[in-house]
Design a protein around this ligand. Structure first.
Ligand SMILES: Cc1cc2nc3c(=O)[nH]c(=O)nc-3n(C[C@H](O)[C@H](O)[C@H](O)COP(=O)(O)O)c2cc1C
Length: 161
């Protein structure tokens, strides 16, 4: 039976081999590259989890509007876009416009995804700050040399297309 979890392999494969996009911002959608994420069953439903560092423009956007879309490229596609969206900030440029990416029409009250990707349209129903305290020292040194901790968002899935 096809359900939300049928897409878990595509998501995890993309995250492990370059990344996927996290689109946030209703007025002017912005895409950032993500390497971490999960499709999980929590609170009796399928939930999409993403982790965003507090310094990101995307974090500011999610503070204003909790909706986001995870856009998963097919293997080998969107390489340049994944690269740019992983180093450039939407504070400094309109990534959709500069990269010629086409925003999709939301399917169920969410925000756009990216044309040509598998889009998981979500609304964050909860988020928690993830303190580094308690993590193994080696991970703190490697992943959090400057602090800049993550917020973990729990996205209710509105549509997949
Ligand atoms: C492969 C890859 C994976 C990344 N994964 C994440 C992630 O899961 N969470 C995060 O906060 N930043 C992640 N980043 C960094 C952001 O994509 C990057 O800082 C981006 O420029 C932020 O864009 P924004 O300022 O427009 O939000 C990743 C970068 C790369 C290249």
């Amino acid at each position: 039976m096809q359900n939300e979890f049928s897409y878990a392999k595509e998501l995890l494969d993309a995250l492990a081999s370059g990344g996927a996009f996290l689109v946030a911002g209703a007025e002017r959608p912005n895409a950032m590259t993500i390497g971490w994420g999960a499709l999980q069953r929590i609170w009796n439903g399928p939930m999409m989890q993403v982790l965003v560092r507090q310094s990101r423009y995307t974090h500011d956007l999610l503070d204003k509007d909790p909706r986001f879309t995870v856009a998963i490229p097919k293997p080998g596609e969107f390489r340049k876009e994944i690269g740019v969206c992983g180093v450039k900030s939407g504070r400094d440029m309109d990534k959709f416009q500069e990269l010629g990416m086409i925003a999709t029409t939301p399917h169920n009250g969410g925000i756009p995804g990216i044309d040509g990707c598998l889009n998981i349209e979500c609304r964050s129903i909860h988020n928690i700050h993830v303190p580094v305290k308690g993590l193994p020292e080696a991970l703190i040194t490697k992943i959090y040399p400057d602090g800049d901790e993550h917020t973990l968002y729990f996205g209710e899935i509105l549509a997949i297309y």
